[in-house]
Design a binder for this molecule. Sequence first.
Ligand code: GDD
Ligand code: MN
Length: 412
Amino acid sequence: MQKSNSAVLLPNPIGALVIPDLPERRSALNPCYFSLVIPTYNEGRNIAAMLERLIPLLDDAYADRYEIIVVDDDSPDRTWELACAVAAVYPQVRVIRRQDERGLATAVIRGWQVAGGEVIGVIDGDLQHPPEVLLKLLDAVTAGADLAIGSRHVAGGGTSDWGFLRRLLSRGAQLLGLVIAPAIVGRVSDPMSGYFLLRRRVLSGIELNPKGYKISLEVLGRGRIDRIAEVGYVFQERVAGESKVTMQQYVDYIHHLLKLRSRGRVGRIRSVFPWGRFARFGLVGLSGVVVDMAVLYLLHEPASPLGLAWGLTRSKILASEVAILNNFVWNDRWTFRDLAGQQNTSGQWVKRFVKFNLVCLLGLGLNVMILNLLFNVFHINAYVANLLAIVLVTFWNFWINLKLNWRVTSDR
Ligand code: GDD
Ligand code: MN
């Protein structure tokens, strides 16, 4: 006899967004090991297919030691009802229908609040996150990672047919995050990912206060995380329905980052700044300064052997480009040698070279602005101003290249 929806629906957790420790009394027989939350809004055309893909996969690997918790925000297309129909047949599927609260990030946390697993996780409900990758994420957590996160920007990662604008928006958001809260956004190669698992103890007892879409930021910013594993996955095209991302989510994203940054972070975040690698980058940068200065002198100084006496900005731009070429070769072969070695096809080399130029050209724009500011507004000697500008831009170039360039690999 088909169970009624009310028999299947879980009560809505309310109040503070705090995930409790494991329930004292857990069924001694088969304690739940893994709880997967699927946040849904208007996924009526995806949810059944999603569950049909997940259940056999998890049955094989974890028999009856897992649960899937669909947290739906009272979707107009009644996704929750379709999920209940599956839950009536598969008791490991549980459903929450939220009517008084909305939002992706809080939906995930509410699901984790009722979860019984030692390991908790989240996956999109639209089949854009390949369910098969779950087993690799689970292996990583079982092997000791506190957090195992799906990434589009490591080996085996990529996006399907994203247009240039969507890539630019996604990368732009990441760039902004690396500037606002580097210690959080810089911890993983794909901080925008909503596909990850973590040990319950990472968050248990901590009051969470996310904003908008990116639950990953809340976990990275407040969780007790020492070991992070990244697993490459290719973000799929949606087959039905559409993304709910609007400009509001971008505003919430910045607000969320500022909140995490301002109130400090709970949890043991070790210094993420790799000073040793930065020192190498700095030495390479020094060689670039010599090249930059020498070419600037040759082009700008009338008394130089070339005697061209070009204008300061034109000379500077050319001098910088020659220095960029010099720096790329040294950084690829020395500073980031270990990372470059994992992505050594010629296509990846060319991609790194183009990205290095883009990051450095962005840095050049910054450099010329700072140089002209110091030279024309603060009347600092041109060469001293140039040196100051180079130092400031070196930090920018290093951080963005490390996080967005040498970590990126295949795009398919
Ligand atoms: N309960 C609930 N409430 N679920 C929501 C809400 C909401 O307000 N908004 C979106 N969802 C669900 C969607 O139904 C889907 O299952 C999942 O959250 C992701 O939403 P999409 O709208 O499909 O996001 P996307 O395709 O742009 O993906 C981006 O955001 C995801 C979430 O952070 C990418 O960055 C993904 O990597 C990321 O997982
Ligand atoms: Mn999606």
